[in-house]
Design a protein around this ligand. Structure first.
Ligand SMILES: [Zn+2]
Length: 136
């Protein structure tokens, strides 16, 4: 589907295992995904979302089900509309600065300022502003 992301990076292990390489795409938001690819091409650097499929510990950085310890029904992650990203080659602060400057180019609606990753989401802001919030 993409040279940039393995499907497992976008959904948690239980979803990937249960639905498999074809149907687990049902848990990926098309608009968020297309803009994620655009952002990845623009940055020209690897982006890490989930990494459990290659031995890492990150399982809940994309779509979240109620089984997640981080689950919130009102989170954009719960509707497959958010990714928590580590950009290889940029600090989270540098990455967040890029998003604040270029969010319209990628239709990004939300940015969370977190110390060691960057949360971006595609919430609908009718005024096309970027909602910036801090990790609480
Ligand atoms: Zn997040």
């Amino acid at each position: 589907m993409s040279d940039y992301f393995h499907l497992a990076e976008l959904v948690p292990p239980a979803i990937y295992t249960r639905f498999g390489e074809q149907r687990a795409w049902n848990f990926v938001n098309r608009r968020a995904y297309k803009n994620l690819i655009k952002l990845r091409k623009y940055l020209g650097k690897p982006l890490i979302i989930n990494n459990y499929h290659c031995g890492g510990e990150r399982e809940w950085s994309g779509f979240r089900t109620p089984e997640s310890p981080y689950f919130s029904a009102t989170s954009q992650h719960a509707i497959a509309n958010a990714y928590d990203i580590i950009c290889v080659g940029l600090t989270p602060q540098e990455m967040q600065a890029v998003i604040q400057e270029k969010y319209q180019r990628f239709n990004i609606g939300g940015l969370e300022i977190a110390p060691s990753w960057t949360h971006i989401d595609w919430r609908f802001n009718p005024d096309q502003e970027l909602t910036v919030f801090h990790l609480t």
